[in-house]
Design a protein around this ligand. Structure first.
Ligand code: G3P
Ligand code: MG
Length: 250
């Protein structure tokens, strides 16, 4: 059975770091989240062509770096030459696509908790989960709050269940699907992570009734956040932790 870290997982989690005020999924974004008072961050992990885990959201490089092409077809050495900050603002020139090791090191140093989202490229579900969880298991301090491991990938979540059963899992969904319960049971998850734009009050109630927590992404509007918390949502992923943290009393 999953250890339920209800007390450890806060009501506000900085989505890709403080991604409204720094380039998402960079060390700068995670530092900024800490400066703004966030206790946890969410980040996305995927594999390079040479099988190294790196922290970036898209399958492709164009949106958040000055490179081009697929992350899964780019080596770590080639990725290390790319700028992952200038696209956001010139002040962030020189920010890099961080490795998973660099991110976990920084978070542990700063005492931040984390939701690690396994974001495999198509066909690399199992590899991505195995490699990322191996690295995380070796590095993440035993005294730190457990990593919350989530994924849209069902195979990746099953790897997490088997490799790091001690860490809670989150089943990532858009809207609540007809088969969400069987998926949640199969991966023995702690929470359902749903899209805040489509989840309804009755969906939240259904998940809570089944004994799971509800986490929602991505909410930057305080009024919407207040509604979701009223419905019984446990945690909210936000690009603007500075907006939601005062509401959560955190
Ligand atoms: O993990 C919550 C959220 O990050 C899922 O969607 O696309 O932002 O990774 P995405
Ligand atoms: Mg994500």
């Amino acid at each position: 059975t999953t250890v339920a870290p209800a007390a450890a997982v806060p009501a506000v989690i900085a989505h890709r770091g403080a991604s409204a005020s720094a380039p998402e999924n960079t060390l700068a974004a995670f530092r900024r989240a800490a400066e703004l008072g966030a206790r946890w961050v969410e980040f996305d992990v995927t594999l390079t062509a040479d099988g190294r885990p790196v922290v970036i959201h898209d399958d492709t490089l164009e949106r958040t770096t000055d490179g081009a092409g697929r992350v899964a077809e780019t080596t770590l050495a080639a990725l290390a030459d790319l700028d992952a900050g200038t696209w956001f603002a010139p002040d962030f020139a020189g920010e890099l696509v961080p490795t998973l090791e660099e991110v976990l090191d920084l978070l542990a140093d700063m005492g931040l908790g984390a939701n690690m989202e396994l974001k495999p490229a198509p066909g690399r579900d199992t590899d991505t989960a195995v490699v990322a969880l191996d690295v995380a298991r070796a590095m993440w301090p035993a005294a730190a709050p457990p990593l919350l491991v989530s994924s849209f990938s069902r195979p990746a979540l099953r790897v997490a269940r088997d490799v790091t059963p001690q860490w809670p899992r989150g089943l990532l969904l858009g809207a609540l699907t007809d088969d969400w319960r069987s998926e949640a049971e199969a991966a023995d998850v702690w929470a359902v992570h749903a899209d805040a734009d489509v989840i309804r009050a009755r969906d939240v109630a259904e998940v809570l009734d089944a004994g799971y927590r509800v986490m929602v992404y991505t909410v930057n509007d305080p009024g919407r956040a207040a509604n979701l918390w009223d419905w019984g949502v446990h945690g909210i992923f936000t690009d603007r932790p500075e907006v939601l943290l005062p509401m959560a009393g955190a």
